[in-house]
Ligand binder design. Structure first.
Ligand code: RAM
Length: 363
């Protein structure tokens, strides 16, 4: 009996000591975790992320609007925007019209404005049609970034330009000259919609370039519009070739247009006689480069354009920047970016793709 009482006291004592050890142990584990985490690899990464986006707010809610859904180029761009927003701990939702017509985005933007997201990232189909609704959005405190295709400046705070408008226009003129053959001749442009802000700005520069003496043997006979619709672009390419039998080159500053024109030419009697060039994605154009329909075309990295747009939106919505020239922010893997003149940030020069390098690119 005495023994069993002694055993019970011993057991109790043991339990108390064990309990204290557990409590102390827990405390020390917690301390260890806390101090350990400060120097652990994962938190170091978190610290870097926190540093690179200093005071970016978590949980931002962003709407991404392409020119139209189903355009492979726009899909790449939007993928970049969503990735950037998610990296900052926010949520991005893609909403867009099914065609790229001038007013196609307006009613959608109106209902999005009612939902009051933190920011809208938009590739505009028309420079002016979207301005009233974008102004309303800004009045409600929604930050607006355009990417790829700009609205008039009063509609947005920042525009992410893929490369300078001047450099893209110059490149299109050069492509016309280089693909038309040594004797030069007639060239045509197959554009997106007649209102597209980006294509129109590029074509304007191209036309100015073509007036220079070095382009005297090139004659721009027509600007046609395929509306960034594959079928319509295909038919427009067909129409251009029957209307202008001496055509030497089709310059298409849209990924939808160039792919449709190349598809038409590659399967027609014009293959090898009429060049197709302009702006396209390597994955869509690869087969036409390999079958000899297309000698050269160009593009930037669409995903990076979108990624930069996402970071610009997050920085605006977190009040890290306001959109003024000279302000800088950290754009994740793209590093620090500074807002230039007219609220514009330029990503970088385009790459020219030929048979020599096309297989190095996968987008
Ligand atoms: C099409 C779109 C887009 C443009 C590219 C080059 O996908 O029109 O706006 O940037 O082509």
């Amino acid at each position: 009996m005495r023994d069993s009482r002694f055993m019970r006291v011993l057991a109790l004592l043991f339990a108390v000591v064990l309990g204290a050890a557990v409590i102390t142990g827990c405390g020390s584990t917690k301390d260890d975790e806390e101090s350990g985490s400060a120097s652990s690899g994962s938190t170091a990464a978190e610290t870097t992320a926190a540093d690179s986006s200093a005071t970016i707010k978590k949980g931002l809610n962003v709407v991404v609007m392409p020119k139209q859904l189903g355009n492979p180029y726009e899909e790449l761009e939007d993928k970049g925007t969503v990735a950037a927003i998610e990296e900052t701990g926010g949520t991005a939702k893609i909403q867009g019209p099914t065609d790229a017509a001038a007013s196609s985005q307006v009613s959608l933007l109106r209902s999005i404005t009612q939902q009051k997201p933190d920011a809208i990232v938009l590739a505009a189909n028309d420079p002016n049609a979207v301005v009233p609704v974008l102004k309303q959005a800004q009045q409600r405190g929604i930050k607006v970034v355009t990417q790829d295709s700009d609205s008039a400046p009063e509609g947005r705070q920042i525009f992410i330009n893929q490369a300078t408008t001047q450099s893209i226009g110059e490149q299109l003129a050069k492509q016309a000259l280089e693909t038309a053959g040594s004797a030069g001749g007639e060239v045509a442009v197959l554009s997106a919609t007649a209102n597209a802000p980006n294509q129109n700005a590029w074509i304007k520069i191209m036309q100015t370039e073509l007036k220079k003496p070095e382009y005297s043997k090139i004659k721009l006979v027509k600007v046609a519009y395929g509306d960034d619709d594959d079928q319509k672009s295909f038919q427009q390419a067909q129409g251009l070739l029957s209307a202008y039998p001496n055509l030497k080159s089709i310059v298409s500053p849209t990924t939808v247009g160039i792919a449709a024109a190349a598809r038409y030419v590659s399967d027609s009697k014009y293959k090898g006689k009429v060049a197709v060039t302009g702006l396209g994605t390597p994955n869509q154009m690869r087969k036409f480069v390999k079958d000899g329909t297309v000698a050269q075309f160009a593009l930037w990295n669409p995903e990076d354009v979108g990624y930069l747009g996402g970071y610009a939106a997050a920085a605006l919505a977190s009040d890290v920047i306001t959109g003024k020239q000279g302000e800088s922010f950290k754009a994740g893997k793209l590093g620090t970016k500074t807002i230039g003149e007219n609220g514009e940030i330029v990503l970088g020069p385009p790459t020219t793709f030929t048979t020599d390098n096309i297989d190095k690119f996968d987008f």
